[in-house]
Design a protein around this ligand. Sequence first.
Ligand code: NAD
Ligand code: MG
Length: 336
Amino acid sequence: MTDSDFEQDEQKANVPPFEEAGELDEDIVLALENQVVGGADGPAGLKDPRSLYPDEEFEPRSQDYPGFTAAMRPRPDHGEHSYVGHHRMTGYRTLITGADSGIGRAAAIAYSREGADVAFTYLPEEEQDAAHTVQLIEDAGSRVLALPGDLQDEHFCREVIARTVREFGGLDVLVNNAGFQMSTGKGIEDLSSEQFDRTFKTNVYALFWLSKAGLPHLQPGSSIINVSSIQGYDPSPSLIDYAATKAAIINLTYSLAESLGPQGIRVNAVAPGPIWTPLQPPTQPSEKIAHFGENTPLGRAGQPAELAATFVLLATSEASYMSGSVIGVTGGRHLS
Ligand code: NAD
Ligand code: MG
């Protein structure tokens, strides 16, 4: 979104532009800018979810895997201009995999603005996106640790936990967010053993290795948040391997919640529907990207920013009795 888009939004909402807000507290300025205060149109924060974002065409495959944020049209919204923290995670030590871009970056922005320190992993070729996430976390006044590497490697997973604990002095929240997908033309005929292996190593094995290495550092009150998908319930024939990993993640979430509950550690999962992130354009057919998310009841794809509050809720004691849950953020499509 450009600055002039924001100016137009400000005029629509009849709120003073940022620079005219004068002496106002920074949080209030942000709230005004993002229209979370009441206006002539109705109660504060009541917004039509169908038209929250401009109805722009999604640009199809224009870059190779892994995608980069800067090359996406339109540019995804990670909450850069909208997420307002309320000190909900002051002093939390968090680790989010794959937070250079997409859903992970939105969670990193939210966690850091809630007062948490954020370590995150990314692939070495994603340095440009990672540098941007580092800047956003630092701007929030939090400590940041950026860890490039391949999560298909068990040694790297153990190293990620060790370095986070060394740097932050502990670990309170582990978000297993990184994931790989690549659609195959017809289905199983086009699915190679190499791809099947890569998808399971990245999405399932890394979750196992990171959770196992992280466990000795988690204390009562800590939590693990896994990222599944609606594909875990309703698999597409072109995403056989990916969908199977996302079903495995749901199952692992249930069993880990059972086994870690007696230690006071909660384990939950988020299951997104179609979300506009760099994962999608390089891994899906062009015609699917052009109509991405249109088949949801809300009629549009989601933005990474729309998942941030769910990651915050699951990390904090506001969700103290939630464990073994899978929360769908799907634009109205049901899980199961
Ligand atoms: P994204 O591409 O922005 O983020 C995924 C990240 O995973 C990448 O940035 C990369 O750093 C990391 N990654 C991939 N392979 C890796 C490897 N071998 N080693 C280390 N890191 C690796 O895309 P996103 O959509 O934000 O994805 C985040 C999670 O959300 C994934 O688990 C994805 O399956 C899930 N999800 C996304 C959607 C969607 O529509 N975007 C829907 C359902 C679930
Ligand atoms: Mg990325």
